[in-house]
Design a protein around this ligand. Structure first.
Ligand code: GUN
Ligand code: ZN
Length: 434
């Protein structure tokens, strides 16, 4: 982009958490977002007011539909894009029969590149502009992923997945190799363009203390890299982890003892936590990535959101493709809403503002990127998704007749799909997907 642009749109965002602040939803029915040539938001407000101060800047008219901050998916697996929808199995059987055979195919670089391209098309096509991505077990496939993500412009926080037991031989590594390959990938990619690195042991079930120690060594050596893994997803998984780590107090303790639990950590699922685990997660500032479609598809259980909030644990949203059912964080928001409803007294009544926050700013906070993305505040990058449903569709009718921006947002979560994504911007650049 060579010049500033003034975007005219109905825009909505949550500059603060609705869990902490009532009225966190900010909406401008006829809004203006002034974005400079570097893709940074300079002004956000009423279109007429922003226009009056900037009469000469070209206007991009996005009226009709809704403009939202780009979605932040804090848990998604790149090698699993082609196995979405293997319904009917619980976690460990699904891994053995669906996910891991496909992940083994990424040993082939040509295959890995085409998977990365499918993945990025699906992810960004659904309006996701920042993602914490579980990579491949193969270093070369992770390198390929970062190359393809850079081509698209995605804000990718990603890393090599490491494991040394109980998967398939070809997916296993050693602590020494995990450290060496991780270090090389960090030195090549962390902080390059929009890429950041995340140290990623798959889960304690498949990671010995030696692998977790290698991960900790990388976290110590590179204090800016992020950490991610799985935790407390499935009852059987939790039992196996308990038997593998007899000294550990619980699942979290397997990571804690290795020194891996901090505000740089995002732990996916946490459907079955103890109060002790929630207390430690809150005190350390780590985030639980809630993946409601996956929790439903794999029968993992109901996420205890209220217990997380009461304990003070940060929560974000993840699609968990391919255990999940697709890339849309609108669908994840809706499923989160459904599941909390179905929990009765134990559930949290999630408003459209909560869903938008979970899909945007909460994810940015989980990744330490809240100063850069997650809302339309001056100083942040213009990362945005324009939802403009095709004329005549139910969402189009709902948006045109919504009595309030909040009701329009509710309709977007209830019925919106990737088919309604009319445009995606990252850092002020419109993304084109080949
Ligand atoms: N736990 C370990 N690996 C995985 C995975 O690929 N998907 C999910 N949902 N849980 C996991
Ligand atoms: Zn996962």
């Amino acid at each position: 982009m060579t010049t500033s642009v003034l975007y005219r749109a109905t825009f909505l965002h949550t500059p603060t958490s609705p869990f902490a602040v009532p009225d966190a939803l900010h909406a401008q029915e006829d809004g203006g977002l002034l974005v400079d040539s570097g893709g940074v938001i300079q002004e956000a407000g009423d279109f007429a007011a922003v226009r009056a101060a900037q009469p000469d800047v070209p206007v991009t008219d996005l009226r009709g539909g809704l403009l939202l901050p780009g979605f932040v998916d804090t848990h998604v697996h790149y090698p699993q894009v082609r196995v979405i929808g293997g319904l009917g199995l619980p976690l460990l059987a699904w891994l053995d029969h669906e996910a891991l055979p496909e992940e083994a195919r990424l040993a082939d670089d040509v295959y890995a590149r085409s998977v990365a391209q499918d993945f990025l098309r699906g992810l960004v096509g659904a309006g996701t502009t920042t993602a914490l991505v579980f990579g491949s077990h193969f270093a070369s496939a992770v390198h390929i992923f970062f190359e393809e993500a850079a081509r698209v412009g995605l804000r990718a926080v990603a890393g090599q997945v490491v494991s040394d037991r109980l998967l398939r031989d070809e997916l296993h590594t050693t602590p020494e190799r995990a450290y060496a390959e991780g270090k090389a990938l960090i030195e090549r990619w962390h902080g390059v363009g929009r890429a950041l690195y995340a140290v990623t042991p798959r889960f304690s079930l498949s990671a010995s203390e030696g692998i977790l120690a290698a991960c900790a060594a990388l976290m110590t050596e590179f204090p800016e890299v992020r950490f991610t893994s799985h935790i407390n997803e499935n009852v059987r998984e939790v039992e196996v982890v308990r038997s593998l780590f007899p000294e550990a107090r619980d699942y979290l303790d397997t990571y804690e003892r290795a020194g891996l639990v901090s505000d740089r950590a995002v732990l996916a699922h946490n459907v079955h936590p103890s109060d002790r685990e929630l207390g430690v997660m809150a005190a350390s500032g780590c985030t639980a990535a809630h993946c409601p479609c996956s929790n439903s598809a794999l029968g993992s259980g109901f996420f205890p959101l209220q217990r997380h909030l009461t304990a003070g644990v940060r929560v974000s949203l993840g699609s968990d493709v391919g255990g999940g059912t697709g890339f849309s964080l609108l669908k994840e928001g809706l499923q989160a809403h459904f599941m909390q409803n179905l929990m009765g007294e134990a559930g949290v009544a999630l408003s459209p503002a909560h869903l938008l926050y979970l899909a945007t700013l909460a994810g940015a906070q989980a990744l330490g990127l809240e100063g850069q993305v997650g809302s339309f505040e001056p100083g942040k990058a213009f990362d945005a998704v324009h939802l403009a449903p095709p004329p005549g569709t139910p969402l189009d009718a709902a948006l045109r007749h919504a009595p309030s921006p909040e009701r329009a947002l509710a309709a977007a979560f209830a019925t919106g799909t990737a088919g309604d994504v009319a445009g995606v911007w990252i850092g002020g650049e419109r993304v084109t997907l080949g």
